[in-house]
Design a protein around this ligand. Structure first.
Ligand code: NI
Ligand code: MN
Length: 226
């Protein structure tokens, strides 16, 4: 799997020859000013919830690429109203098999209104299972015991966990989340974008290492392989 970081909680994952894009928020992010939004590939766009810092570039990228939107029923329906007619409406506990692998929608403790205040369904995370391995994308969430179910049911190769605190889990809770999901290889997200969620990189990595976990903090625009 090729993983590209576009800032905040936005990642591209290339797997089984398909491009998955998560929570596109690039153009309003000053830290991602060097990213060419019009060059980001997407066959599927997975959207964890409706907050602006997760959907800012959803409609423009969706229209340009013709990607299939994978999200909750409310967000997929809203996308159809915006002219994005390819969607897979899902909800918590549901799993669906696509040509790259399967997606299971799992719980997230957060909120999910659109920027105009309209209802965005319930916030979610995703477990993506592919021939190249399985991974978990937490979305925005608090630490929750429900994560133990993910560890019980899936053998994760790596996980994207929010670590910025204030709006989501911070580092301490994310380390416990990594234990709950039984995964040692964590890629951080939802940190440094705003003043509320700035983290100390060295201390955060050291805290994960002290718990025998690895925290990767990708530079925006960088690509790694898993
Ligand atoms: Ni949010
Ligand atoms: Mn957020």
């Amino acid at each position: 799997m090729n993983i590209t970081y576009y800032g905040h909680s936005c990642f591209g994952v290339e797997v089984s020859g398909k491009h998955l894009l998560f929570d596109p928020f690039i153009s309003p992010n000053e830290k991602a000013a060097h990213i060419d939004v019009d060059a980001i590939p997407a066959d599927y766009i997975l959207v964890s919830h409706a907050h602006g810092d997760h959907i800012a570039d959803l409609v423009s990228i969706g229209k340009r690429t013709g990607a299939t939107i994978i999200s909750n029923y409310e967000i997929v329906t809203w996308c159809q109203g915006q002219g994005l007619d390819k969607g897979q409406p899902m909800n918590h506990g549901g799993q669906w098999t696509f040509d790259f692998g399967s997606v299971k929608v799992v719980n997230a403790i957060h909120s999910s209104s659109f920027p105009d205040g309209s209802y965005g369904g319930n916030p979610a995370g995703f477990v993506v299972t592919t021939p190249e391995g399985a991974f978990y994308y937490s979305g925005d969430t608090a630490l929750t015991y429900d994560m133990k179910l993910i560890g019980d049911q899936h053998r994760l190769k790596f996980a994207f966990l929010c670590i910025g605190d204030n709006f989501t889990m911070g580092v301490k809770d994310a380390i416990r989340a990594a234990k709950f999901i039984d995964c040692d290889d964590i890629i951080g997200m939802h940190y440094d974008t705003f003043g509320y969620i700035e983290i100390d990189h060295g201390r955060s990595k050291a805290a994960f290492a002290a718990a025998d976990k690895s925290l990767t903090l990708m530079r925006i625009g960088d690509q790694i392989q898993k």
